[in-house]
Design a protein. Structure first.
Length: 131
């Protein structure tokens, strides 16, 4: 089982995409213009590890400053195609969660195809560990 195989590299590509999307949506929440942003940049597994840690810290700081009412505030932003939109923090954060959930499923499929037993990533398993 070689982590350098073509499908494993594809899995790292999806992981990189998820992490870039998390970061770009964090930036959009703070008014950054995403026009022209490339959500499919290639990063190494080590770079992904660093991005994941940085994103976790950013979102933890962000969410610690909000209550349920604050998540209803709207933000204006531009998509990578340059289109203007306005959504609430709650809507954008929900998108980030659902978007990553889709690609995590793809990554797990790739790991299984490579003969690896993927980790249990179900939310309830996480909650059981932190409780």
């Amino acid at each position: 089982m070689n982590l350098k195989s073509k499908s494993s590299i594809k899995g790292v590509g999806y992981l990189s995409h998820v992490l870039l999307t998390e970061k770009e949506y964090y930036d959009r929440l703070h008014g950054k213009d995403s026009t022209g942003f490339d959500f499919w940049q290639k990063h190494s597994l080590d770079e992904c590890r660093t991005m994941a840690q940085e994103n976790a810290e950013l979102y933890e700081q962000l969410l610690s400053n909000f209550d349920d009412e604050g998540l209803g505030q709207s933000v204006r932003y531009y998509t990578s195609g340059g289109d203007p939109f306005e959504n609430t923090f709650r809507e954008m954060l929900t998108h980030v969660i659902f978007h990553s959930m889709n690609h995590r499923g793809q990554i797990l499929t790739i790991l299984r195809q490579e003969g690896f037993e993927p980790p249990a990533i179900d939310y309830i398993n996480f909650m059981r560990e932190v409780s």
